[in-house]
Design a protein around this ligand. Structure first.
Ligand code: ZN
Length: 264
């Protein structure tokens, strides 16, 4: 028998993939949905919740007569999304296998009582529900990426405007200085470094370690080639002998707007 979660006499859960493996029509289906599941588990909780909601919306729309619904329940201190089907009061409800998704880490389960009653059906439900999750995941991740792209474009525009402003300011400074030069060469100070670079890669006080550093962007690509960007504060810390060590403090997917407030 499978590993069981929960107390005897109360709801007990069995890891869904163990059951699926035993009854799935072929190995490649199991492998396929395992990969989908691994990706699902790697996501942040917020994204996972969006996907579960999208999956239930999809099932409701595609099969309006089946009365799909989702129930959120706690068990052993963890939150679960339970995919349910059919009417509680109808006799067929005994045939409807609930599919439990633990929101915290994305693990999936079937109640042990249903596995005992009809293992075959319980296993097949895993494939159906994982397919709904797969479709929902594609949709949600695509949407997130598009939103990020949009935000990026807005940011780029803002940055361009800022750079232009700084350039204009710098040109004015230079003009002033040149005029002053003509008047009295001795009094002239060399203009300070143009601050364009600071705008492109702003210097901020790091919310993580409190030191000053540059905001920097790194990105990774997932298996499907989708790009995810992350922001860091990049520190150059002197360690003597004119040498430096670098330190990266993680900021998250977006730069906190507070951080940029007040930066030229
Ligand atoms: Zn830092």
């Amino acid at each position: 028998m499978h590993e069981v979660i929960g107390m005897p006499g109360r709801t007990q859960l069995v890891p869904a993939f163990g059951v699926y493996q035993e009854v799935a029509p072929n190995k490649s289906a199991v492998e396929y949905y395992r990969r989908v599941h691994e990706e699902f588990k790697r996501l942040e909780i917020v994204t996972r919740t969006l996907i579960l909601e999208e999956a239930i919306r999809y099932l409701k729309e595609k099969y309006p007569a089946q009365n799909y619904r989702v129930v959120v329940r706690g068990l052993g201190g963890k939150k679960y999304y339970i995919f349910m089907r059919g009417d509680k009061r109808s006799r067929e409800s005994y045939q409807e296998i609930p599919f439990w998704v633990r929101v915290e880490d994305g693990e999936v389960f079937i109640p042990a009582s249903y596995v005992r009653r009809n293992k075959k059906l319980a296993g097949l439900v895993v494939g159906y529900r994982m397919e709904a999750i797969r479709l929902a995941m594609n949709k949600v991740l695509k949407r997130e990426e598009e939103e990020e792209k949009k935000e990026e474009k807005v940011e780029e525009k803002k940055e361009e405007v800022k750079v232009e402003e700084v350039k204009k300011r710098a040109e004015k400074e230079i003009k002033k200085v040149e005029e002053a030069k003509k008047e009295d060469a001795k009094k002239v100070e060399v203009p300070r470094e143009v601050r364009v670079r600071r705008v492109k890669n702003p210097i901020v006080r790091c919310p993580r370690c409190g030191q000053m550093g540059h905001v920097a962007k790194k990105w990774v690509k997932n298996k499907r080639g989708e790009r995810y960007e992350y922001f860091y504060v990049y520190h150059k810390i002197p360690i003597g002998n004119g040498k430096y060590k670098t330190k990266w403090c993680y900021l998250g997917r977006n730069i906190p707007s507070k951080l940029l407030a007040g930066v030229a």
